[in-house]
Design a protein around this ligand. Sequence first.
Ligand SMILES: [Mg+2]
Length: 120
Amino acid sequence: MPRRIMVVDDSRLVRVQLEDVLKGTEYEIAAYCRSGEDAIAQYGDVRPDLVTMDIIMQGMDGLDAAEAILKDHPEARIVMVSSLAYEDTIDRAKAIGAKGFVDKPFHQEQLLRVFAQALA
Ligand SMILES: [Mg+2]
């Protein structure tokens, strides 16, 4: 059974890059969301095994969206995928309960390693 991923990112380019990197792996993209609000609305219906969450998006940012999803679904496994890889941002992501952090631009090996850790 493939692991189902929900991709949350406001960039179409990043959504396409994630699709490319996950092609042929054990992961399949079950849903795309372009905003934190959309992710919160869809999470309960999609019930993914893992969420990749951008941080800088129009409207709600990815940290607030992750926090809101985890409040309603404490079992959610969320990996932040962002260029905002500063110590305070990574610390806040951990404090919220995110399972990992992947810097943009990402590479397949790094992404798959963090996914495996998040799902372990
Ligand atoms: Mg963005």
